[in-house]
Design a protein around this ligand. Sequence first.
Ligand SMILES: *Cc1c(COP(=O)(O)O)cnc(C)c1O
Length: 403
Amino acid sequence: MTATSQTWPDARGRFGPYGGRYVPETLMAPLEELERAYEAARADAEFMALLDAELKNFAGRPTPLQFASRLTEHLGGARIYLKREDLLHTGAHKINNCLGQGLLAVRMGKKRIIAETGAGQHGVATATVAARLGLECVVYMGTEDMERQRLNVSRMRMLGAEVVGVNAGSRTLKDAINEAMRDWVTNVRTTHYLLGSVLGAHPYPRMVRDFHACIGREARAQILAAEKRLPDTLVACVGGGSNAIGLFYDFLGDASVKMVGVEAGGRGTGLGEHAARLAFQAGFSGARPGVLQGTYSCVLQTPDGQIAATHSVSAGLDYPAVGPEHAWLAEQGRAEYTAASDEAAIDAARTLARIEGIIPALESAHALAEIILRAPKMRREEIIIMNLSGRGDKDMEILSKYL
Ligand SMILES: *Cc1c(COP(=O)(O)O)cnc(C)c1O
């Protein structure tokens, strides 16, 4: 076990210099209440058994670790395994965290859940869990995003959630975040704020990581059963970073296991053309340490410190900040971060569809683009595990333009 694993964050919610709690005074008490409740819940065997049962019977865990035999043969290098999070209920890993926080809200006696969503995937997973647990659900969404993601708005409403359009600023995700924060401050006694990635103030980055750590725990047991040894390399896409840290976490203590996070390279390396916060070694510009949404991490910003515009073909990767634990893993060199372009991701999605019969989410296709570069350079006895974080049904409108 290295110092990296298990011991982070520290008591103040810090991953090295990153993380922490940068929020208005009014949010300190609710965050402390949440931290205490989470600590008690994770030590409670009954709560953990309830969560495991929901993950199994409602969400569909454990997910398979599939040997991608045809892709392996096609690329002619390392043996490639896919962790099939795309097979979960609602089509992606997000349900792991939503179930964890939903059950925690019930345990805390909160009857109402709020969330913010950009593309709508987190909103749908949250609305799904709220329905399953009998909680009221309000999802904030920029009106521009609502227009672009009409199907997900309908899904949330079908599930009984109230979708509140936010008509301020750029009418997208960051405006929805502000509105959700305002709601939480006002209604904190009855309401849990269900955050969707390893972002936000402490304890969110740690708690969300823990709820996704089942991915790596399962993958570890599955690869040991299949190959009798640990993998050489793990690859996952990084938006906020929850599916990646979920896969990486159980392997952090294994020095022989390389970890690669893949960000959105968009359509170029200039500021505004990508969403690569940690891949600056690959030439992507604009990321510096800074505070966004309550946490200190790597943030894409203009020279005078304004949050920069970002671009990615994949909505789930299109965010100016990254989870603080990833900033720390990058700084220590424990994980490596690269980026895949829009074009490479779309090509990769087509490859997986035709060779393995799986249409991946565009987010996951970024990880696959890295595998396509990397696997042929590896030896045939080496092993790669890729987190296939979600399915591509939601992206068919975009993908069909390239057929
Ligand atoms: C939301 C999403 C992501 C990005 O979020 P992370 O927190 O970085 O995991 C990746 N893949 C899929 C399929 C998603 O829906």
